[in-house]
Design a protein around this ligand. Structure first.
Ligand code: 3NM
Length: 518
């Protein structure tokens, strides 16, 4: 029997999940819907009951040509004559199980870190259950919530090992399954499937739920894009496209929905208006269902985090992700407090961000560094250019998105190309909200130009930073106070020019180059 791990059903016999229904009925319904492998997991029943249930389930799975595995209990698997077992790290060892099981039995092993995964592969596991992906009420004694980043680290580490199957487990449902699979494919060894308990077992109609999973698994998420293959002269090629993109955006007048901090909301709204888009500041998650219908972008800015922010953000993210409308994450002060560090984890696990933008310490934190950030400003830089370029490229590859690291030189990557941008003016650093506005501006651009997200963000950034240079050069600008109105004016000047198709505003001005890494 071939091993198709794409939709892996793990059973659960607890009353909250079965809701009085017969286990065999639920499993058969799930098989009708398209489940490709079944694991009987029963932590409570006596051995005799488990063997009897396993035999009944086996009759059903055989009818559908699907393998049946037993969780933990090698003795039950042998007695019932099923296709194999799944072993957790605290269960019988692989070596012992191998001795007791028939020669061609399937053995799967749970792995929550690289060492466990490597050991299981060395011993000869047929597949790995990689998790716990997301926190789940179905199994609360899980050792590690590893999220998409932890899963990626395991997949990367085993990509050169012999072929072994991989499924992600823990909190997988219909709204996150496409993202989980999509992001895993940035590793050479993407996931082969997902293991699901409650989203199928507890569904009112398990056949329909499984069928929906099958369909969803086989189609890319709405926000998926194929990054452009780098061209010979990438920076110049991009630069030549910028005026057309800016013209497209100012003509389209897109909506951008910001869940942004109260310090900068007014300034950012004015920036958006001046550059020719339409701002709405709406921190209330339940509004997102309607707002996402306008096909604009969503900006999640963590600057003034409150007890309610993350829950509201997660509701909104789901709406925008499901439509494929862009989401920008600005993890302001990401590492500054424990609450913020927790919020980062929840948000990173809660949805897909088309763009993550931040200063050096924020981006480092997102990438997994543990440095403690003080306040929300960037602090002194500890990375050289190659390191910054490597950081953004690696993070963008891992997340399969766009990363923008802001600073005197900005670094932008889609996981393949790394672009350094040296436009802007130091006065931007003396006005609060100028960094946050970059997130919102990027949202406007990502909304209207979706095929090359890196180009969209670059175009917004150049419009913004060249406007800042123009404002700072006015003789009546004497400092941050007079800079702000001049800056809004200059954004509007570029907008008016772009509306007419006049691209003289950018001629010879873009300080953009490609950073080539090994
Ligand atoms: N094993 P649901 S998580 C059975 O991390 C199991 O190894 C896990 O349930 C692991 O799909 C888990 O309902 C429960 O979230 C998954």
């Amino acid at each position: 029997m071939s091993l198709n791990l794409s939709l892996y059903l793990v059973t659960d016999s607890t009353p909250a999940i079965l809701k009085g229904r017969d286990l065999c009925w639920v499993v058969e319904e799930a098989l009708k819907g398209g489940v490709t492998i079944v694991q009987y997991r029963d932590k409570k029943s006596d051995t005799a009951v488990q063997v009897e249930t396993a035999k009944k389930l086996h009759k059903i799975t055989q009818k559908y040509g699907v393998p049946l595995l037993i969780n933990d209990r090698v003795d039950v698997a042998v007695a019932a004559g099923v296709e194999g077992v799944h072993l957790g790290q605290d269960d019988m060892s692989f070596v012992e199980a191998k001795k007791l099981l028939p020669e061609n039995a399937i053995i799967g092993i749970s792995a929550s870190n690289i060492d466990e995964a490597k050991k299981a592969i060395e011993e000869g596991a047929d597949y790995l259950g990689v998790g716990t992906m997301f926190a789940t009420p179905t199994k609360t004694n899980t050792k590690n919530i590893i999220g998409t980043a932890g899963t990626q680290a395991i997949l990367d580490a085993i990509s050169t090992d012999r072929t072994v199957g991989t499924v992600s487990i823990g909190g997988i449902n219909l709204s996150n399954v496409q993202r989980v699979l999509y992001q895993s494919q940035s590793s050479k060894k993407g996931l082969d499937g997902v293991a699901v308990v409650s989203a199928i077992m507890a569904a009112d109609d398990p056949a329909a739920a499984a069928a929906e999973f099958s369909k969803t698994i086989n189609s890319p998420p709405a926000f998926a894009t194929v990054p452009r293959t780098p061209r010979a002269n990438e920076a110049a090629s991009l630069l030549a496209e910028v005026p057309g993109i800016v013209q497209k955006i100012v003509q389209a007048h897109p909506l951008v929905h910001s869940m942004i901090n109260y310090v900068v909301a007014n300034f950012v709204a004015n920036v958006v208006l001046a550059m020719g888009a339409s701002p709405i500041m709406a921190p209330y998650g339940d509004e997102a269902a309607d707002l996402a219908g306008f096909d604009g972008a969503l900006v999640i800015n963590m600057g003034t985090l409150t007890k309610e922010s993350v829950a509201n953000n997660l509701i909104a993210m789901k709406e925008y992700n499901s439509r494929g409308n862009p989401i920008i994450y600005d993890p302001v002060g990401a590492a500054a407090t424990q609450i913020r560090r927790d919020a980062v984890k929840q948000l990173m696990n809660g949805g897909y961000f088309d763009l993550i933008k931040g200063n050096e310490s924020e981006i480092k934190h997102i990438a997994g560094a543990t440095s403690i950030q003080r306040g929300v400003d960037s602090g002194t830089s500890s990375l050289n250019e190659t390191q910054k370029a490597g950081l953004v490229r690696e993070l963008a590859r891992r997340e399969r998105n766009i990363i923008l690291l802001t600073g005197a030189t900005d670094y932008l990557s889609d996981g393949q190309r790394v672009i350094a941008i040296e436009n802007g003016h130091e006065l931007l650093g003396q006005v609060t909200g100028t960094g946050c506005a970059v997130g919102t501006i990027s949202g406007c651009f990502l909304t209207t130009h979706r095929s090359d997200k890196l180009l969209a963000v670059l175009s917004g950034l150049l419009m913004y930073e060249i406007a800042a240079e123009n404002a700072a050069s006015k003789e009546y600008v004497r400092g941050p106070g007079s800079f702000v109105p001049a800056f809004l004016d200059e954004l509007n000047v570029i907008r008016q020019a772009a509306l007419k198709g006049d691209d003289s505003w950018i001629a010879g001005r873009g300080k953009v180059r490609e950073v080539k890494l090994q």
